[in-house]
Design a protein around this ligand. Sequence first.
Ligand code: PLP
Length: 360
Amino acid sequence: MSRVFNFSAGPATVPLPVLEKAQREMLDWQGSGMSVMEMSHRGKDFISIAEKAESDVRELMNVPANYKVLFLQGGATTQFSMVPMNLLNGNNKACYVNTGAWSKKAIKEAKIHCDVTLSASSEDDNFMSIPALDSWNIDQDAAYLHYTSNETIGGVEFQDAPDVGGLDLVVDMSSNILSREIDVSKFAVIYAGGQKNMGPSGIALTIVREDLIGNVQAGSPSMMDYKNHADAGSMFNTPATYSWYLMGLVFEWLKEQGGVAAIEARNIRKAEKLYAAIDSSSFYANPVEVASRSRMNVTFTLANADLDSLFLSEAKAAGLETLKGHRSVGGMRASIYNAMSEEGVDALISMMAEFERTKA
Ligand SMILES: Cc1ncc(COP(=O)(O)O)c(C=O)c1O
């Protein structure tokens, strides 16, 4: 078996011990004589898997008791709709911050349901920075303020949750959830697709403050109502059982690593050394304002874009996969989520140095 270092933005690399455990348990989960995929979601075995995943993520993120943790389907994109449908509660206004491609998609979806106040945007800066908080236009009469804590494509990241006064704060944490310590009580809703820091795609983890549940817009489909999912323990319909199980294995792995604080320390080391390698070179460059750089998605360009495809083929030959930047921005992007080892980042830095030495 030879596994590559996979720098994909999502679906992304999964910790090897998680895959190995899933492999060991594939045919016979803990003496049940069946795969988790084959189990009834109502049976005691799956219920124990589901409950363990929830209690582990509550422990990892220190989720207060007055928040529901939901395992939903339709990825983060479905949350772009569920957030306005559930949180507007008769209000017709919501604030959004636009820091890049994913914010834009959330805004586009919100506009179907309400008037959007653009509280801040870094579009004029080509999305290369997080707008300074003192410049934000925050309408305290809006239902909530939404932002994207890490822009997966542009590689910009909030270093802290913005202080928006008494307004309910909603965050798309798809590409940096569980990568750094956060205070859940600052948020009304936190949501994230699974495929970056939690394993499989198609599933979303949504953490909602309880008092916000039960106000879905009249006429909404039942599947869009947080209350139906909360009341049914995320089993309003047949849940994505196998994905839920895999997420649970990732949470177990994270606890074994020492939890979020320990993985954050490792993430800081990984990002710092990769940015240092880029900054100390005259061949590679990262265009993002230093204070807004993402620890998860490190973008970089080569001084000579004609060498891009050669760079990618040499990287591939060295076992470093999926480094091509998103088609909308070009260049390279190394996604170095929780599951990317320091060894993987070191291998990338060595390959980059060797490429510069021989090809620049
Ligand atoms: C920040 C962010 N938000 C939302 C999404 C959409 O997630 P999904 O494809 O799970 O709907 C992504 C996907 O890459 C993302 O990176």
